[in-house]
Design a protein around this ligand. Structure first.
Ligand SMILES: [Zn+2]
Length: 357
């Protein structure tokens, strides 16, 4: 993300009108952060520190309860019905999945904000009084780990939070604070107060963990949705949490990803894990999730590859994609399709160009 873009985000966010209750908070926020930024004072370290403290002190409102649904013997899910963050949904756009073991609760992706993590903890407490003993973060997109803050607050800084090393690096680096500010902007600051808590335990492909009566197995097969997408198999339940490598009814962000990598990943994990209930980070689980989403992705990639091989441009590739029955069939009901399909065709075309050389 470029610097001017971030600056314009800040200007845009400060121009949004709010109700009376929020006006005062916004005034404080303005005085602590953006107002001073406008005056050029943000360059002074003390002022930056003060702005940060004000931001940490002011918290957005609680997120309404979404009772957890049981998916299998040990696994539950707090379902996010929306695919994208808005002020109305307060950022609730990704599922929070948890595994109820005899040794405590293990959380697979912690939610999109402090407030969503806190709501997930309330929902966990409705089904068990056992503590949360570990968290796994699937990848570095903030809608899957910004909720870590709530779990660290409730269960302590020593709570093990696992992720692949590249994911940890990204969250500790620019991606961490970028996602935090983006989520505030997209939700009109409903996620305010959320702090970045990066995972503190690296994990790797093939690693298994025993939590009481439940075994968790780690899967990773290279670049798919990002450079580091961890999938977690709940062995006894024949269920695998795949996060964003496949989606149910939403077009996935593929800015850091790869079509060919995704196809390879699906093949490898299906071979390794066998038949599973595949649980996505967005949308509903199903046994045919990888097959269904893979068919849709192939409907984008293959016409692009053909166009490249025939020496056609990206516009011709796009026309072929829109006509492809594997895409056309799903276009109407898929969230984000119209606004994103152009970009996904461009990404597929660029990747096909590289593959063809
Ligand atoms: Zn993602």
């Amino acid at each position: 993300m470029t610097r001017p873009f971030l600056l314009s985000l800040r200007a845009g966010a400060s121009a949004v009108a709010a109700d009376a209750a929020w006006s005062r908070r916004r005034w404080l926020w303005g005085a602590g952060g953006m107002g001073l930024a406008g005056a050029g004072l943000m360059a002074v370290p003390e002022v930056r520190l003060f702005a940060q403290q004000v931001q940490d002190f002011i918290a957005g409102p609680p997120v309404p309860d979404v009772p957890a649904e049981r998916l299998s013997e040990h696994v539950w899910m707090v379902y996010a019905k929306d695919g994208f963050p808005t002020p109305e949904n307060q950022g609730l756009m990704a599922n929070v999945v948890f595994v109820l073991t005899s040794a405590g609760v293990v959380v697979l992706d912690s939610g999109c904000s402090l407030q969503i993590g806190e709501m997930a903890i309330r929902m966990i407490r409705r089904v068990t009084d056992r503590p949360v003993v570990a968290v796994f973060n699937s990848h570095y997109h903030g809608d899957h780990w910004l909720g870590n803050h709530a779990f660290v607050k409730a269960y302590g800084a020593n709570l093990p939070i696992y992720a692949l090393p590249h994911t940890i690096e990204q969250i500790r680096g620019a991606e961490g604070s970028l996602w935090r500010s983006l989520m505030e902007r997209w939700t009109n600051q409903a996620t305010l107060g959320t702090q970045v808590h990066a995972p503190n335990r690296p994990t790797e492909h093939g690693q298994t963990y025993q939590f009481g009566d439940v075994t968790l197995k780690m899967h990773f097969y290279g670049r798919a949705h990002t450079h580091s997408d961890l999938c977690v198999e709940v062995v006894q339940d024949r269920l695998t949490y795949v996060a964003d490598i496949a989606m149910d009814n939403r077009i996935a962000n593929l800015d850091d990803g790869s079509y060919v990598g995704t196809f390879r990943y699906y093949e490898a994990i299906a071979k390794a894990a066998g038949e599973q209930l595949w649980v996505p980070g967005h949308g509903r689980p199903s046994k045919t999730l990888l097959k269904d989403y893979g068919t849709f992705m192939a409907g984008i990639y293959e016409p692009c590859l053909k166009a490249v091989e025939a020496g056609q441009g990206v516009e011709e590739a796009k026309a072929a994609v829109l006509k492809d029955p594997r895409v056309a069939r799903r276009a109407k009901q898929m969230a984000g399709f119209d606004s994103n399909i152009g970009k996904y065709v461009s990404l597929a075309y660029l990747e096909a160009e590289k593959a063809a050389f």
